[in-house]
Design a binder for this molecule. Structure first.
Ligand SMILES: [Zn+2]
Length: 339
């Protein structure tokens, strides 16, 4: 992803200001009487001690971390590489094991370096014919850079979704049955920077166009438009600093604020001063599916798109907190939709 550049009128003013909003790394506030049953986080001076109490019976992050490690063991995974194919196979095998049916959305498209092949992986519960209402997505390709494992960009997010895919069917079956999991290919540009409709976001653009056309043509893959989407990107860094785009659709922004305030996570979950060009953008503007991008503050971090984005970056408890925030936003949206 990248910050929008000035040619994008939509956000040009805002995007320039995002560079001035770099957030110094701050520690969460000290504990203020949070008891064992409090709904507040146990705020200690270490993200590795933070747990949102409603989820104490299910500590997320452990398995997401393991999936992240397994994906990194395949090596780099730029499009059409061996590591890329192995990652596809891994995602598919894990999801099938947990009762999901996985489809391959394969396509070819022109890039600045000629025609290239891409594969989005799309999963729904095998035991339901219900149309999806919730899209949960992350990209699985890595940028073509020497030895760039892209642990948080975004293997950690793929790992998080696989963990959610294991958890939900047992603990939140009705949510699982409304959900479509999407693993985007080709988020990364082949050139240094993403340029909308020129380079990068290949998988999300194709998926969003398919979704829009399918609904218009009543092709029955999507009998109706899903209600909302959640994109995860860089949610597992050990110095967690989530900074979502300022143009997040209002309803999702309200859910985000509500969850963040409820658990006193304001130090680590903020809103950027500008837009961000990431896979949520085609979902919002092409599919017109309101989508939130829960994304780490990559612009302020020296590890982004460097070999330092490796497993040492990843924290089980950052994953834990991010996963819980994502799930609470989903529940808040579902509760609002049913009112
Ligand atoms: Zn990237």
């Amino acid at each position: 992803m990248r910050i929008f550049s000035p040619p994008f009128i939509l956000c040009s003013l805002l995007c320039l200001s995002i560079f001035s909003c770099k957030k110094s790394s701050t520690l969460p506030p000290k504990a203020t009487g949070t008891g064992a049953n409090s709904s507040n986080i146990e705020a200690l001076n270490n993200i590795d001690k933070q747990v949102i109490s409603p989820y104490k019976n299910w500590a997320f992050g452990e398995k997401a971390y393991l999936h992240t490690k397994n994906i990194l063991d395949f090596g780099v995974r730029p499009i059409e590489s061996q590591g890329h194919k192995k990652t596809q196979a891994y995602i598919t095998s894990q999801l099938v094991k947990f009762g999901w049916k996985v489809s391959r959305q394969s396509f070819k498209t022109m890039t600045p370096y000629g025609e290239r092949s891409f594969v989005n992986l799309i999963a729904r519960r095998a035991d339901t014919t219900e149309a999806p209402n919730i899209i949960l997505a992350a990209h699985y390709d890595s940028k073509l850079l020497d030895d760039f494992l892209a642990a948080d960009d975004a293997a950690s997010c793929v790992g998080a979704i696989i963990e959610i895919a294991e958890h939900l069917p047992t603990h939140e079956k009705t949510i699982a049955q409304q959900m479509e999991l999407v693993f985007f290919d080709g988020e990364e540009a082949l050139s240094p920077n993403i340029e909308y409709m020129k380079d990068g976001l290949y998988g999300s653009i194709y998926y969003s166009q398919y979704l829009r056309n399918d609904i218009a043509d009543t092709r029955k893959t999507y009998p109706h438009k899903p209600k909302f989407g959640i994109l995860l990107d860089m949610i597992g860094h050990n110095n967690l600093s989530i900074n979502i785009p300022s143009d997040t659709p209002y309803s999702l922004l309200k859910s985000y604020y509500s969850v963040v305030e409820k658990h006193k996570l304001q130090e680590r979950f903020t809103v950027a001063n500008g837009s961000i060009l990431d896979d949520h953008y085609p979902m919002n503007v092409i599919a017109e599916l309101p989508t939130i991008d829960i994304i780490g503050n990559f612009s302020a971090k020296s590890w982004w798109h460097t070999t330092n984005d490796n497993l040492d970056n990843i924290s089980k408890n950052s994953l834990n907190v991010s996963i819980q925030v994502a799930l609470e936003i989903i529940k808040d949206q579902i509760a609002k939709a049913s009112k």
